[in-house]
Structures are given as structure tokens and as C-alpha cells.
Design a protein around this ligand. Structure first.
Ligand SMILES: [Cu+2]
Length: 174
């Protein structure tokens, strides 16, 4: 309790340590090539995701937090999009009536690098800890129409988000 108040007073930009998520190509049989990292930071505006990824195909890619902390079976072991409210709807990062795990699309430049940070205003590190970050082959129109789940298709790259240390301490002391 005291810790929570203290945290709120100090608020907010860098109090919780950043979480670095290593991202690998998905394969049918175990971990694929290492592609780089996505760094997660809590900010006063929401969850900031800063990619430092290479070897992806140029363009925009569907990017989501998926339920299970498991990237095997070409990403299928990660299950569906994080959806603790059981909305059953894919509505993108700016609509509170859909999946909590819907992130802004990931931008990959002509060289195959993704370095442009993006902000997910409905999320923080605690929400996504212990789940998976997923990058799809195709884009994302933040809708289930005309295709389910934004139409991103195959799961090409994935990383397991480790549990945040500060969250663990808070959970055990409460
Ligand atoms: Cu996804």
C-alpha cells in the first residue's frame, strides 16, 4: 500500500525498469533466427514499444499481444489476442471495446528494419507481462471485417514477454 502511494507520487516515466523482449522468427520446429528486440516502457501516455528489429519484410505488419507466453508451432502456441474482458472483437489499439492486446501496426522500412517507436495507450507493462508479442506477415486494419483479426495472416515473428520484476515484488507484498 505505502509502496503504491510512493510510486504514484514519484510518477511515472522511468520508475519501472524497461522490459526487453527478444524476438525470433517463428518456425514449425523450435526457435527461428534472432531478429532483435522490442523494448517496453511505461509512460504517462501508455505503453511505449520501441522495436530494434531487422530482417523483416518491408511495409506494415499486424502486431499484437497474444495470450500465451509460447511462440512455438509457427506462433500458433501463443493462442489468440490478449482479451481479458472476453470481448471477442478485434478493434485495434484505440477502442476499449475490443482485445486489450491489439497494438498499433509495426512499421518496417525498405531495408527490413523496424525502429520506429509506437504507443499503446490502453496498456502498461503489468498488463502484457507473461504473454507474447506477435508480428504477422500482413497488415492490420483494426477490424474483423473483411478479414478476422485485421487480416494479418501468418505469424512470422514472436517473443515471450518476461514477467516484470517490480510487479512481482508488488504482488508478493500485497
Ligand atoms: Cu496477432
Amino acid at each position: 500500500m505505502f509502496k503504491k502511494i510512493f510510486v504514484m507520487m514519484l510518477c511515472c516515466q522511468t520508475l519501472q525498469a524497461a522490459v526487453v523482449v527478444p524476438i525470433y522468427q517463428t518456425t514449425a520446429t523450435g526457435q527461428g533466427a534472432y531478429l532483435g528486440t522490442v523494448t517496453l516502457d511505461n509512460t504517462q501516455y501508455g505503453l511505449l514499444l520501441t522495436p530494434n528489429l531487422h530482417g523483416l519484410t518491408a511495409g506494415i505488419h499486424g502486431f499484437h499481444v497474444h495470450q500465451m507466453a509460447n511462440c512455438s508451432d509457427t506462433g500458433m502456441a501463443a493462442g489468440g489476442h490478449l482479451d481479458p474482458q472476453n470481448t471477442g472483437k478485434h478493434l485495434g489499439p484505440y477502442n476499449a471495446n475490443g482485445h486489450l492486446g491489439d497494438l498499433p501496426v509495426l512499421y518496417v522500412d525498405a531495408k527490413g528494419d523496424a525502429v520506429l517507436p509506437e504507443l499503446a495507450p490502453r496498456l502498461n507493462i503489468a498488463d502484457v507481462s507473461g504473454h507474447a508479442l506477435m508480428i504477422h506477415a500482413g497488415g492490420d486494419n483494426y477490424s474483423d471485417v473483411p478479414e478476422k483479426l485485421g487480416g494479418g495472416g501468418p505469424r512470422v515473428a514472436c517473443g515471450v514477454i518476461p514477467a516484470a520484476k517490480e510487479d512481482k515484488n508488488e504482488n508478493t507484498s500485497n
